[in-house]
Design a protein around this ligand. Structure first.
Ligand SMILES: Nc1ncnc2c1ncn2[C@@H]1O[C@H](COP(=O)(O)OP(=O)(O)OP(=O)(O)O)[C@@H](O)[C@H]1O
Ligand SMILES: [Mg+2]
Length: 321
């Protein structure tokens, strides 16, 4: 099964400031702000939803096609993704804009000053899904909103199955745009908060949503995953227990990566969600969305621990090939 993952490709630059921003802000001078903070630590993390999902799929041995836009500065990042099984042939490289970047400085009170620069990401809408060749499923993950709308429309026109994953972009999208992203999707992914946002902004009932998509997957953090389909009983899937809670950034993307890979293997929904949950657990245990590692045998051992030997026997042939 050939899966294309369309989404953002970005890096996070996370600074630590050991003082307090508030001590430097002069209320009388707010119209004249000029501040600089001396950072004591810098963490650079590879991220972006498209890259995170594709990375997780690559880790499981799938060969996802990443669809997104970067600047010329992303050569090392693309090499990293290729080394982890991601096909980056269709990543658009902007001639003049830098790659998307999130910069955030956190002070000792956990106050944050952040900037997101979309840069090259704004060119993702130039990519035509029709140019990718034969594709079985397109994941439309958070990206430039124009690109997300174009890819969803293009999938519907061509009769190509797609997964709607609007996630954090839901906060900025109006009801009609959400409808254009969701309608006709084979899978709809969201967390519990985003699920409520979908209903709030579109006015749809739960039944309305189930009438518009094939399968809805809602993640509830440590409380697991709920899978719903029209006219069928809900399936609830527990998380795979984490050995330590280090950093949740990217758990949602990791879940999608595991679920979609296992669905591509032909596994049923519950088993596929368990594969997704175990990839997400690896992310919870490490700092950063793409800084985890596992071997197929190690992954299988943890799958046995979390979900038992019978469930693991269904996953084994695809991991140990
Ligand atoms: N504490 C945890 N322990 C184990 N697994 C977890 C934990 N938190 C999250 N997960 C796994 O990650 C999945 C996605 O989590 P969550 O619902 O928090 O996604 P999210 O809010 O989209 O996250 P993000 O957008 O920050 O990546 C869950 O369904 C679960 O499998
Ligand atoms: Mg999320």
């Amino acid at each position: 099964m050939r899966i294309a993952v369309a989404g953002s490709i970005a890096t996070d630059h996370l600074f630590t400031f050991e003082g307090r921003f508030a001590d430097s802000l002069l209320v009388a001078q707010l119209s004249n702000v000029s501040l600089s903070f001396l950072a004591s630590d810098l963490q650079v993390r590879r991220g972006g939803t498209g890259a995170n999902i594709a990375f997780g799929m690559g880790m499981l041995g799938a060969r996802p096609l990443l669809v997104g836009a970067v600047g010329k500065d992303a050569a090392d990042y693309l090499t990293w993704l290729q080394e982890h099984g991601v096909d980056t042939t269709h990543v658009h490289v902007s001639p003049d804009k830098a790659s998307a970047r999130f910069t955030c400085t956190t002070d000792q009170d956990h106050a944050q000053l952040a900037t997101f620069y979309p840069g090259a990401m704004s060119e993702a809408a130039h990519i035509d899904i029709g140019s990718l060749g034969e594709i079985d499923l397109v994941v439309v993950a958070p990206d430039d909103p124009g690109a997300m709308l174009r890819h969803s429309a293009s999938c519907r026109e061509r009769g190509v199955a797609f997964a709607a994953d609007p996630s954090q972009q839901l906060s900025f999208l109006a009801g009609d745009a959400i409808q254009a992203l969701v309608e006709g999707a084979t899978y709809l992914f969201s967390n519990a908060y985003e699920s409520a946002l979908i209903h709030d902004k579109t006015g749809w009932s739960v039944d309305d949503v189930l009438g518009l998509v094939g399968t809805r997957l809602t993640t509830h953090g440590p409380d697991g995953i709920v899978i719903s389909r029209k006219g069928e009983d809900e399936i609830r899937v527990d998380v795979a227990p984490a050995r330590r809670l280090t950093d949740p950034t990217g758990v949602g993307d990791a879940f999608r990566a595991g679920f979609l890979t296992a669905t591509g293997w032909g596994l049923p929904l519950e088993r596929a969600a368990q594969v997704g949950a175990l990839v997400a657990t690896h992310v919870v245990e490490t700092v950063g969305p793409q800084d985890y590692t596992f071997t197929p045998a190690g992954f299988l051992d943890r799958f046995v621990e979390a979900y038992g030997g019978d469930a693991a026997a269904e996953v084994q042939p695809f991991l140990l090939t």
